[in-house]
Each structure stands twice: as structure tokens, then as C-alpha cells.
Ligand binder design. Structure first.
Ligand SMILES: Cc1cc2nc3c(=O)[nH]c(=O)nc-3n(C[C@H](O)[C@H](O)[C@H](O)COP(=O)(O)O)c2cc1C
Ligand SMILES: [Mn+2]
Length: 488
């Protein structure tokens, strides 16, 4: 049975020994980060801070803060109610196998229309706990235990919001997790990066010239599949809440907002309603980011609140990013496993892929392929750089199928042995992630592909390729028997 809401997930984590309650008052300014970071690095549990406070503001918040909910392989699996993420990947494969159109784009385009998804279309309901308290006049963000994460951060940031918008062109909904810097009690920043769904809707409004305000609703604290759907790089015409329904095998319940024309999860803990204004861009940041560096100040739209609805006793969900690995790495790992079947549909030669934590998603992607023709690795590089999401990959390493991409020591050993750098490294120019700080220009820079496959005579490599050193199996057997006796 799908988790109905955040609480059911928290209760499950507690039963599994995957969540620790902290009743000691802890400061939302930096202290929660430091504690969470230590727990993250030690592969520890989710944390429920029952008494967040702010010494600076002299506040003891009435609302508890939960963090690191998805911060391990086990909790990612619990979130999606599977024994291992491979199970979700298999469900994804089954979904894709129901119809077999040609090519990745057709597949992806088809996703929203698949009959198998139709039973998971969000259900609009009349009542829901998120309406237990409706605040249209006397509302303020100051009651929420919003963290200042790192010393040089430009302020406090809501870090795990589900930002909901509707396309002014097609009416299609989008949900994305974009951080929100608190400017005052009723205004925040809206950090949707240039390539993301929310930013596209904002541009569409500008192009159409029909009004200057884009309705935005923000849900904080939902069932874990719904929260996770906000970080998925889904195609533009696939509603994240529909996909969340597929992930949880039960439709998401939505309910109408009070002050804007949008629907939000009825089981959410807290919903912020408001709009982004084309004429109100403000400095946003700096913010200690996924990369382990601060992303610098830049201009983003302001989000003006028009109301807040919440449960009687809401729980605020936060996350903190920084030097990897942290909670976001495990979310990225979930995305990697879920999207591998989709990648394999388009590129059947792909055997496996992995994004190591140190590469912070876009900086390093390792792909193992079944190599069938000369130049095959280059073909795979070009294809991956043309895919949504994967297009940002800064360093792409293509290895043969016998390499375990999850073992970075094995990858480094084999790849470094296999390359003649001048011959095997391919540079490419194109769009880069907005968080990229080393590229020559914001959002535009170079990428590198490394062909670390064995080189073939048909690729001009006519020297003999040596075998890997492997012990004779008979000898291994004899030594197995000796091993116990020798006590080495
Ligand atoms: C913890 C966390 C914070 C994130 N913050 C941002 C952000 O501030 N801005 C942004 O554009 N993307 C951010 N992302 C990535 C987006 O959520 C992700 O790219 C998602 O696919 C966007 O959805 P969209 O494709 O519908 O726009 C964040 C991801 C995580 C896991
Ligand atoms: Mn989207």
C-alpha cells in the first residue's frame, strides 16, 4: 500500500530504525546543517528535529523539521516501496515494453499517453488535510523553521519545495524542486534554472504577452514518491504527479488552491500559494550548492505569496546539499536507476551507467557498452550529449561491457590503461548546467568524452591488445583448499 502522506513514511522509517528524533533544541542557522552533514557522511539515519529554534531571531518554532529522508540506498528503496531500486527499473521496463514505438523521443513522448499510466492520473478531491488551516491574510513564512545552510549563504532557503506551475501555452502542469531564498515574510526567490520546466513556463508567459504574473504553488512535505517526482528530469509533457502515481501505484490526490488557479497535493503538510512576476527579478544567492561550492549571486524571479494552507500540526521538510555525498546523491542514484531502462531503449548497446558522487551528477557519467563497430563509443557520446538531462554531462567515460561501472577503482584502472589520450579524448561544445562554475560562460562550455574501450584493428589499432591477468581456475581451487590450513 502506498504511503498516504509524509507521516506514514516517517512512521515507517522509525519502525525500520531509519529515523532519529532529536528533542534537544537545535538552531536552524548552520547547526542543523552541521549535524546532518556529519550524519550524511556516516551513512546515518533521517533526522526529525522536534525543537528547531533560531537564536538570532529569538524563536522556538512550533513546527518540527525533518531532513535526510531519502539519504541512503535503503531509504530510497523504502520511499518507493521496493526491496531494491532494480525493481522500480523493471517496472519502468515493463511500462516501456507495452508499446514499442521507434526511438527514445517517441518513447518518451508516448509516456503520458500510455494506457498503463491512465489508472494513475491524479484524482481531484474536495477535502484534504492541507486545508485544515487556511491563511489568506495573516500569514507569514517566519513561522517555518527555514534553514540557513552554510556560512556564506545569502539568507535562509526553502530547500525541498515542490514548485508547481502550468504552461501558459498548453496548460500542462510541471513540478520541479527549485530552492527558494526567503526575502521577507511573504516573498522568496524562485531559483528555477534556465533549462528547467518552471523557467520555460515563465518564458512562455513573456512570449505570449498575456499578463506578467505566473501562478505558482509550492507543496512542502508529501508522500515520498511525490516528493521524489519533483527532482525527476521528465519530458515536458509528462506530469510529475501522474508519474508519482505510477511510482506509488496509486493516484496522487490533488486539491484546488485558494488564491491561485492550480491544484496541489491534498495530503501535503504545507502549501504556499502565490505568483512569480516577470517584472520582479532579484539577486538570489549565494548558496552552498550540490557541487560542494557556493553558487554565486544571480538574478531570478521573486515569488510573492498570496496565501498559505497547512495541516493543524504541520511538519516541515528540508534537505541540505554540499560537499558530496549528501542526501541529493541518493536521490540522483534513484534517478540513475529509474532512467537506465529508458536510456537502454534508445541505446540498446548500453549495458549499465553510473554517476559517482564526486561527479555531482553532471560532472562524470560512466557508461558501459556492448561495442559492435568501429567508433561505437563516439556514437554513444554524441547520443548522450543530445538527451535531456544527460546533455549536461561534462566528462563522459565509455567503457566495455566487462567493466563494473559502479566500481570506480576498476573504472579508473581499466580506463587509464586503455587510453591514448590524444586519440581517445573527444571535446564537444554545448549547453552546460547552470551550476557549472568553471565554464567560459554561464550555461555554455565544453564537455569531454573518453573512449576507454578496447581499441580494435578496424579502428586503426594494429598492435596486439594484451589480455588481462587472471589466475588459472584449477590453481584457484587448489589454493582454496590450502587457504584454510595456511591461516594467512
Ligand atoms: C535538493 C535539490 C535541490 C534542487 N534545487 C534546484 C534549484 O534550486 N534549481 C533548479 O533549477 N533545479 C534544482 N534541482 C534540480 C531539479 O529539481 C531537477 O532538475 C528537476 O528535474 C527539475 O524538474 P523539471 O525538469 O520539471 O524542471 C534540485 C534538485 C535537488 C535534489
Ligand atoms: Mn518537468
Amino acid at each position: 500500500m502506498a504511503y498516504k502522506d509524509l507521516r506514514e513514511f516517517i512512521a515507517r522509517l522509525e519502525r525500520e530504525g531509519e529515523l532519529k528524533r532529536i528533542s534537544t533544541p537545535v538552531d536552524v542557522d548552520l547547526e542543523i546543517t552541521e549535524l546532518t552533514d556529519r550524519v550524511s557522511k556516516a551513512a546515518g539515519p533521517a533526522l526529525l528535529f522536534e525543537k528547531p529554534r533560531s537564536a538570532k531571531e529569538s524563536v522556538e518554532y512550533a513546527i518540527p523539521l525533518v531532513i535526510n529522508l531519502l539519504g541512503s540506498k535503503k531509504r530510497m528503496a523504502l520511499a518507493l516501496e521496493v526491496d531494491s531500486l532494480e525493481q522500480v527499473a523493471r517496472r519502468m521496463e515493463e511500462l516501456l515494453d507495452m508499446k514499442a514505438p521507434e526511438g527514445f523521443f517517441e518513447k518518451v513522448k508516448l509516456l503520458p499517453k500510455l494506457a498503463a499510466l491512465s489508472s494513475f492520473v491524479p484524482k481531484v478531491v474536495k477535502n484534504g488535510p492541507v486545508k485544515e488551516v487556511i491563511e489568506r491574510d495573516n500569514f507569514s513564512l517566519a513561522r517555518l523553521p527555514i534553514m540557513k545552510c552554510w556560512p556564506q549563504d545569502g539568507g535562509r532557503f526553502i530547500t525541498f519545495p515542490l514548485v508547481i506551475t502550468r504552461s501558459p501555452r498548453t496548460g500542462q502542469r510541471n513540478v520541479g524542486v527549485y530552492r527558494m531564498q526567503v526575502y521577507d515574510e511573504r516573498t522568496t526567490g524562485m531559483h528555477w534554472q534556465i533549462h528547467k520546466g518552471g523557467a520555460e513556463h515563465f518564458r512562455q508567459l513573456e512570449r505570449r504577452g498575456q499578463g506578467r504574473r505566473l501562478d505558482v504553488a509550492v507543496a512542502i512535505g508529501c508522500d515520498p514518491a511525490t516528493m521524489f517526482s519533483g527532482v525527476l528530469p521528465l519530458p515536458e509533457d509528462l506530469d510529475e504527479f501522474l508519474f508519482a502515481g505510477f511510482l506509488r501505484q496509486d493516484p496522487v490526490e490533488l486539491i484546488k488552491c485558494e488564491t491561485v488557479d492550480l491544484d496541489v497535493p491534498a495530503q501535503a503538510e504545507i502549501v504556499l500559494e502565490g505568483y512569480a512576476d516577470l517584472d520582479d527579478l532579484r539577486p538570489e544567492g549565494p548558496f552552498g550548492d550540490h557541487t560542494g561550492y557556493y553558487s554565486l549571486e544571480d538574478k531570478f524571479p521573486a515569488f510573492h505569496l498570496t496565501g498559505i494552507t497547512h495541516r493543524k500540526d504541520p511538519i516541515y521538510v528540508s534537505t541540505v546539499v554540499g560537499r558530496p555525498p549528501m542526501e541529493d546523491y541518493w536521490m540522483g542514484y534513484g534517478v540513475e536507476r529509474l532512467f537506465l531502462p529508458l536510456l537502454k531503449k534508445q541505446l540498446p548497446e548500453v549495458v549499465d551507467m553510473h554517476m559517482p558522487a564526486e561527479g555531482v551528477f553532471h560532472n562524470l557519467l560512466i557508461v558501459a557498452i556492448r561495442k559492435s563497430y568501429p567508433g561505437h563509443a563516439r556514437k554513444v557520446m554524441n547520443a548522450i550529449w543530445g538527451l535531456p538531462g544527460a546533455m549536461f554531462t561534462k566528462c563522459l567515460v565509455v567503457v566495455d561491457e566487462d567493466v563494473n561501472v559502479h566500481d570506480t577503482r576498476e573504472v579508473a584502472w581499466k580506463a587509464l590503461n586503455h587510453i591514448d589520450p590524444e586519440r581517445d579524448i573527444q571535446f564537444m561544445l554545448g549547453p552546460v548546467d547552470q551550476l557549472e562554475h568553471a565554464s567560459r560562460l554561464p550555461n555554455f562550455g565544453s564537455k569531454m568524452g573518453i573512449d576507454a574501450t578496447r581499441k580494435w584493428p578496424s579502428e586503426g589499432f594494429t598492435r596486439p591488445w594484451p589480455d588481462e591477468i587472471v589466475m588459472d581456475p584449477e590453481v584457484k581451487k587448489r589454493v582454496d583448499a590450502l587457504w584454510a590450513q595456511l591461516r594467512l
